[in-house]
Design a protein. Structure first.
Length: 314
């Protein structure tokens, strides 16, 4: 099922949606028949070595069309949304210069929003403050930091949720560095630096089917060697508290690798956390992608959907 609004000329294509909805298949189809190049818009696929748990496009999928913004940072590197936008915009401009259309694909909503509208919070990172916040989290618990954020910046706290350690700490860090809540800064100049004029697809899926897709994907990640991937990274010197390991699928398995929790419990934690994450993604895209065309891939990318997409992009 496709719900369309009036279509205007576009210089790019955005394919957004929750994890495991089918964005990769749709992006490969569109990029193939339009001779486009894909720009990944995922806050975890940027990290080198984090392949299985981030559901990166496989080498065979990447061979179909050129992919960009994958493996651009080390797992222990601090890589902000501003860093992403700087690199991604350079990539997009190069794609345009070569006469092609970029297909921006991902589920990281604030990355997509920033690259389209330029709504970036530019602050100097302060490692001392971040380390202190991480220490407070380990000592007093994540709930304590979240309650602190609710007091300082209730708008950001509501958007982030109580279980997203990385973004809770980042929002607190922004406040302690700048003296202003993140939410106030992100709303100072909305839309002043519009960079893209895309046609946007929001990939949706029946909720029960989506959760089934997620559970099957997690099981496949474990079967594909996610635990060994993490062990290899740790043995190479990547610290267990690095930014890359905050991603779902990695942080839940660290306790198993450290001998602190059974594997089956960790796998269940991954599935539950991913369900919750997908639910937040769905809500975010529903509220922010007002002019998006909804593509329902509950039944997969069948001939009917392919024809509809081709007709829309003519």
């Amino acid at each position: 099922m496709v719900q369309t609004n009036s279509i205007v000329p576009y210089d790019s294509i955005v394919i957004a949606g929750a994890t495991a909805t089918g964005k990769t298949k749709l992006s490969l189809y569109i990029a193939s028949f339009l001779n486009c190049e894909i720009v990944c818009c995922d806050s975890m696929q940027i990290y080198r070595g984090l392949d299985i748990g981030t559901a990166k496009p496989t080498p065979s999928e990447q061979a179909i069309v050129p992919h960009h913004m994958i493996d651009v940072a080390d797992p222990n590197e601090v890589f902000t949304v501003a860093d992403y936008v700087t690199k991604a915009r350079a990539v997009i401009e190069d794609i345009w210069r070569r006469g092609k259309i970029p297909v921006i694909v991902g589920g990281t909503g604030f990355y997509i929003d920033a690259i389209i509208n330029g709504q970036i919070i530019s602050t100097t990172l302060n490692r001392d403050i971040r380390e202190n916040l991480n220490h407070d989290c380990d000592t007093f618990g994540l709930e304590s930091l979240y309650n602190r954020l609710k007091t300082i910046d209730p708008v950001s706290a509501e958007k982030i949720g109580p279980n997203d350690r990385k973004r809770i700490i980042r929002a607190l860090e922004i406040y302690y560095v700048t003296g202003k809540p993140r939410s106030e800064q992100s709303m100072q100049h909305p839309g002043e630096d519009t960079f893209l004029h895309p046609i946007t697809f929001n990939v949706i899926c029946d909720r029960d089917q989506l959760y089934s897709n997620i559970d099957k994907r997690v099981d496949q990640m474990i079967s594909d060697g996610l635990v060994d991937e993490i062990k290899t990274l740790l043995s190479s010197g990547v610290p267990s508290d690095c930014d890359g390991f905050y991603g779902i699928g990695y942080r839940q398995l660290i306790p198993y690798i450290m001998g602190q929790k059974p594997l089956d419990e960790c796998i269940e934690d991954i599935k539950i956390s991913t369900h919750h994450y997908a639910k937040r993604q769905i809500t975010w895209f529903r509220h922010h992608l007002h002019h998006a065309i909804n593509i329902d891939l509950t039944g997969g990318l069948d001939d009917h959907i392919r024809k509809l997409v081709r007709d829309i992009l003519k």
